[in-house]
Design a protein around this ligand. Structure first.
Ligand code: HEM
Length: 319
C-alpha cells in the first residue's frame, strides 16, 4: 500500500482543522468531492445564460450589435462599481482606521476605473461606425421610450465619484452649494432637469419610468455615500496636506475619462445617427440632446477643486 506523502498529510490536517472550526467532518466533504463533477468553463462563467440575453425587438441585422454593446457597457459599469464600492467602504482619511496603505488602495481603485472607462471609450466605434444608419433609424423606433439615459449603474457611478452638490443641475447648482441633505440634492440632480420638457415642466416618460424603477435605490445610495464619495476623500486628503501627486493625477485622469472623453465619444455617436435629417431626430428618451449631452453644458466635474478656474471653464471644449 502506498502511503500519503507529508505534503498531502499536511493539507489534510489543514482541511480537518478548517472544517472542525465550524463543527464539520472533513470526511463528509471528501465524500462530496468524490461525487462532484469537474467544473467546466461554460458553467463557471454561466455562458449559456449570458448568450441567451440578446432578444432583439426587430429583424434588423444590426439590432443585436446595439443590444450587445449596451450589455458589454453595463458589465464594464459593474466592474467600475465593484472598485468604487470597495473604495467607499474603506475608512475615511483622518479617521483612526485610515493608514497610508488605504491611499495606495484608493489610487489603484481609481486607476482601474479609468482603465475600464478607457476601454469603453476606445471600443465605442462599435456604435459610432459599426451600424448601418438607416437600419438604426428604423429599429430605434421600436425601442421608444427606452434610452441609455435609464442606466442606473451610470448614475450610481457618478454618485460614488462626485458630491451630490456638484451634480445639481447647473442652473441652480450655486443655490445648493451649502445644502447638506442628500435627498434634497438628489431631487435637483442634473438629469432630472435634462429630461423635463422645458415648455410644460412635465417629466418625459423615460424619466418617469426611470424614477419608478430606481427612486428608492438612488435615495438609499445617496444617503449611503453622503460624505464618503471619492470627492469627499480627496478633499479630506487635500485639507490634511496628504493628497499625493500620483493620487491627484489619477483622480484628474478619471474625471476627464468619465466626464469628458466617454461623454464626447457618446455625443459623437448621437450626432452621427440623430443629427440633421433634415432636422435633428428626437432621441428615444426625449431629451433635447444637442443641448443636454455636451459635457461643456452639463459641466459635470467630480473633483472641481483639482482643476484650475481656466480648466473648469474650458471643460469639454477640447482646449
Ligand atoms: C447609436 C448609439 C447611441 C445613441 C444614438 C445614443 C443616444 C443618446 C441620447 C440622444 C441620449 C440623451 C437621452 C435621450 O433623450 O434619449 C443618450 C443618453 C445616454 N446614453 Fe446613449 N446613445 C447611444 C449609445 C449608448 C450606449 C452604447 C450607452 C451605454 C450604456 C449609452 C448610454 C447613455 C447614457 C448613460 C445616457 C445618459 C447620459 C447623461 O445623462 O448625461 N448610450 N444617448
Amino acid at each position: 500500500m502506498t502511503t500519503l506523502d507529508s505534503s498531502l498529510l499536511e493539507r489534510l490536517e489543514a482541511l480537518r482543522s478548517k472544517y472542525a472550526a465550524s463543527g464539520q467532518e472533513l470526511v463528509d466533504f471528501l465524500d462530496g468531492l468524490l461525487e462532484a463533477d469537474y467544473l467546466t468553463y461554460w458553467d463557471y462563467i454561466r455562458l449559456d445564460s449570458l448568450l441567451s440575453l440578446q432578444q432583439p425587438r426587430t429583424p434588423h441585422h444590426d439590432e443585436p450589435i446595439f443590444i450587445m454593446y449596451h450589455q458589454i457597457t453595463e458589465l464594464y459599469f459593474k466592474l467600475v462599481l465593484h472598485e468604487l464600492d470597495a473604495a467607499l467602504d474603506a475608512p475615511m482619511p483622518g479617521t483612526p482606521e485610515w493608514t497610508p496603505a488605504h491611499a495606495d488602495a484608493l489610487a489603484e481603485h481609481v486607476r482601474r476605473c479609468t482603465r475600464y472607462f478607457g476601454a469603453l471609450e476606445q471600443s465605442f466605434a462599435v456604435m459610432t461606425d459599426g451600424m448601418d444608419r438607416a437600419q438604426f433609424l428604423r429599429f430605434r423606433m421600436a425601442l421608444i421610450p427606452a434610452s441609455g439615459f435609464q442606466s442606473g449603474q451610470y448614475r450610481m457611478i457618478e454618485m460614488a465619484l462626485a458630491r451630490l452638490n456638484e451634480l445639481v443641475h447647473l442652473d441652480v447648482r450655486a443655490d445648493f452649494a451649502g445644502e447638506t441633505d442628500p435627498l434634497v440634492l438628489l431631487d435637483k440632480i442634473y438629469w432630472r432637469g435634462g429630461a423635463t420638457i422645458a415648455a410644460t415642466g412635465e417629466k418625459t416618460l423615460t424619466l418617469k419610468q426611470f424614477e419608478e424603477k430606481y427612486a428608492k435605490a438612488f435615495a438609499e445610495r445617496a444617503q449611503r455615500v453622503h460624505g464618503r464619495t471619492l470627492s469627499d476623500r480627496a478633499r479630506a486628503l487635500e485639507a490634511r496636506g496628504e493628497l499625493s501627486d500620483s493620487l491627484r493625477d489619477a483622480l484628474r485622469e478619471l474625471d476627464q475619462q468619465v466626464n469628458v472623453r466617454w461623454p464626447m465619444q457618446h455625443l459623437k455617436t448621437a450626432g452621427r445617427y440623430l443629427a440633421k435629417q433634415p432636422t435633428d431626430a428626437r432621441a428615444t428618451g426625449g431629451t433635447n440632446w444637442p443641448k443636454y449631452l455636451p459635457p461643456k453644458f452639463q459641466l459635470r466635474i467630480a473633483f472641481p477643486f483639482l482643476w484650475s478656474d481656466a480648466e473648469r471653464e474650458a471643460w469639454g471644449t477640447g482646449s
